[in-house]
Design a protein around this ligand. Structure first.
Ligand code: A2P
Length: 280
């Protein structure tokens, strides 16, 4: 998948990424990353909290694909917020991944439970460290994840570098209109985790009917919908046939009425976790 979006700092990002949340560490993560790269994915998304950075890194190394041709994202976990801890956390992630830079480093959640009383101050320190990580060349872009508009606006009070990306739970069951609007204001790219609703959407009758009409799988319809919105979907799979299938999205288009039909599923399934009430 060589098509790219251009981030607000000018760097290019392949428009579909390979998701690894809930991919078990070890052989499964190692093999699925290798399979994805041999199928043409050039964008891998992991996180310290997924516990699979080492296997993902090994998969990349053994894939035979040049590191510089791969866009690699990882994320800062909640317990490592704050200036000092953030600077340490990136080193740990780089070491586990077996690389000296990531393409994108994200704050995983805006306001961990342990910092929720003084979140503004802690988050500002975290972002100051992220900016240094970027300037030091340890991340080619920096961004955020699970940030609602109020967290983004709070970050922007002290930021000298805008986030390039905001990664969210984003799929036909939750279109996140407020987040999309806030991101648009700063030209921040909407990345979509759980683009298939962690699999829930595959049973959706509306999507099944549309899939039948286009002679495509529900996964392909849903990912195509995400792309046509200008989102960057991060489908996860540990099965070779599905990993491959999820790249096969570029020889069909959804009609405007079908896009609207899928949009109307908003609110009918699981919604994103609210960071302000999350228990972590
Ligand atoms: P598996 O990993 O066992 O292949 P999301 O990307 O929204 O998190 O969804 C991931 C879930 O959807 C996983 O359970 C994954 O299963 C499943 N999945 C991913 N791609 C497909 C596909 N093309 N067809 C059916 N199920 C899929």
């Amino acid at each position: 998948i060589t098509d790219t979006y251009t981030l607000n700092n000018g760097i290019k990002i392949p428009i579909v990424g390979f998701g690894t949340w809930q991919t078990p560490d070890g052989d499964i993560a190692y093999k699925s990353v290798k399979t994805a790269l041999s199928d043409g994915y050039r964008h891998i998304d992991t996180a310290a909290a997924y516990g699979n950075e080492e296997s993902v890194g090994r998969g990349i190394k053994d894939s035979g694909v040049d590191r510089h041709d791969i866009f690699l994202t990882t994320k800062l976990w909640n317990e490592n917020h704050g200036y000092e801890a953030t600077k340490k956390a990136i080193e740990t992630s780089l070491q586990k991944l077996g690389t000296d830079y990531v393409d994108l480093y994200l704050i995983h959640w805006p306001n961990p439970l342990t910092f929720r009383d003084n979140e503004t101050e802690v988050r500002a320190g975290t972002w100051r460290a992220m900016e240094e990580i970027y300037k030091d060349g340890k991340a080619r872009a920096i961004g955020i994840s699970n940030f609602r508009p109020r967290h983004l606006e709070s970050l922007m009070q002290t930021a000298t570098i805008k986030p390039a990306v905001n990664q969210n739970y984003l799929n036909p069951s939750d279109l996140q209109p407020e987040i999309q609007a806030a991101n648009a204001k700063y030209n921040i790219l909407n990345e979509a985790y759980s683009p298939l609703g962690t699999g829930d959407l595959l049973q959706n009758p509306t999507l099944q009917a549309i899939a039948k009409k286009y002679d495509r799988s529900v996964a392909q319809i849903t990912l195509r919908w995400s792309l046509e919105h200008g989102f960057l979907p991060l489908p996860k799979s540990i099965h070779a046939d599905r990993i491959q299938q999820n790249t096969d999205l570029f020889d069909f288009e959804l009609s405007i009425p079908d896009m609207k039909k899928i949009d109307s599923l908003h609110g009918s399934g699981r919604l994103a976790t609210d960071p302000d009430t999350a228990k972590f």
